[in-house]
Design a binder for this molecule. Structure first.
Ligand SMILES: *Cc1c(COP(=O)(O)O)cnc(C)c1O
Length: 378
């Protein structure tokens, strides 16, 4: 008998410990991890610097509220926002998008927001209303009004960007939707149209950010300059933290009392984020790009030609292996679990891979070999 609301179809084992990029379940079985939580534990399990930073903070102070100055928030805010943006800290990706939605309406004085079909921005009323997935919205109407949708990568979406629009929100790589990468020219056209129409561009980097693609933020690879960026997942290496950063010109829209959170910006989560961000050096990002290049070469050579695979999409270490419609991705995930590899799914029968960014080439290749083995038999 479970004491929990049945909001997840859970696999029948409990991951009770972890070391580097491996996890151990309650029966003692060990797994190679191609999930990082869901894109959270990018530095694996028990990175000594991140653990050390959190342990040090645990002995100092955990929480004070946001009623006092916070040097830690200033420091991490500076690491994320630089000199031309401002940061707001919260506890999740959902909350970061909620803050972005509120800021966009308040700063623009307009209400309409354009979001994209197959996108994902969270589960609260605001962020769910921006999520272009009818199955996530089903049963919860009425949603937040004046959100409109268009097809991702569709030139006709540009026609919906006009002077009545407060903002456009999008992922440059749709994660939950199936790891679909935005077309660079299209994304740039969306941005140009936003500028022309006076609409804000919000980029949701909750899954694609913090090094996942070999860039600090994936939008850098598309030469974009968003007004607002949201992030969470990997930012705290497993401690709950989200952030919204926005251009300084938007700063006057939020004044004391406009928006807030009890736990957002708490010192434990912030100490983890500071350690994570200080590890995200140009050398580290280059190593992620190098590893990714090897992974993509192997996938192109050994996975893409298999009849079980209809396509492979993604960027860096954010990967979607699209399975033939005859196959069931959940059955494949279970077979991989039996062989000691943890993987994820995404919409459209996609086997999604989000391995820790610190995984060695040898472990990455070993995991891909297991996937090839299972997909060949499938
Ligand atoms: C996971 C995710 C969210 C929601 O983040 P939570 O921390 O689960 O609230 C929002 N946007 C994207 C792109 C995500 O992948």
């Amino acid at each position: 008998m479970s004491h929990l609301f049945n909001t997840y179809a859970r696999y029948p084992f409990d991951l009770v410990s972890g070391h580097d990029v491996h996890l151990v379940d309650n029966s003692g079985k060990e797994y190679l991890d191609f999930t990082s939580g869901i894109g959270v534990c990018s530095f694996g399990y028990h990175d000594p610097e991140i653990t050390g930073a959190v342990e040090k903070q645990l002995t100092q102070i955990w929480h004070t509220s946001n009623l006092y100055e916070s040097q830690l928030q200033e420091t991490v805010g500076g690491m994320l926002a630089g000199d031309d943006k401002l940061a707001f800290f919260c506890n999740s990706g959902t909350e970061a998008n909620e803050a972005a939605f509120k800021l966009a309406r308040k700063a623009s004085g307009k209400t309409r927001v354009l979001a994209f079909n197959n996108g994902f921005h969270g589960r609260s009323y605001g962020s769910m209303s921006l999520t272009g997935n009818p199955s996530i919205q089903a049963g919860f109407a009425p949603l937040v009004p004046d959100v409109i949708f268009a097809d991702y990568n569709d030139p006709e979406a540009l026609d919906k960007i006009d002077a009545d629009l407060a903002a456009v929100i999008l992922e440059v790589i749709q994660g939950e939707g199936g790891v679909y990468v935005g077309d660079k020219a299209w994304l740039q056209a969306v941005q140009a149209k936003c500028k022309e129409a006076g609409a804000l561009l919000i980029i949701d980097e909750v899954q694609s950010g913090i090094g996942r693609t070999g860039y600090k933020f994936a939008y850098e690879a598309f030469d974009l300059d968003p007004d607002i960026v949201t992030m969470a997942k990997a930012l705290g290496s497993g401690l709950p933290i989200g952030a919204m950063i926005g251009k300084k010109a938007l700063g006057s829209a939020f004044t004391p009392g406009s928006h807030g959170t009890t736990f957002g910006g708490n010192k434990i989560a912030l100490s983890a984020a500071q350690a994570v961000l200080s590890k995200l050096t140009p050398e580290f990002l280059a190593s992620v790009q190098q590893k990714s290049a090897n992974v993509w070469t192997t996938m192109t050579d050994t996975l893409a030609p298999l009849p079980a695979v209809s396509g492979i999409t993604g960027m860096g270490l954010m990967i979607g292996i699209h399975l033939d419609e005859q196959l069931d991705v959940e059955a494949i995930i279970k077979q991989l679990q039996a062989k000691g590899l943890l993987t994820l799914s995404a919409k459209h029968n996609t086997l999604r891979l989000l391995p820790p960014l610190v995984m060695s080439d040898a472990d990455l290749q070993a995991g891909l070999a297991l996937i090839a083995e299972v997909l060949k038999e499938a």
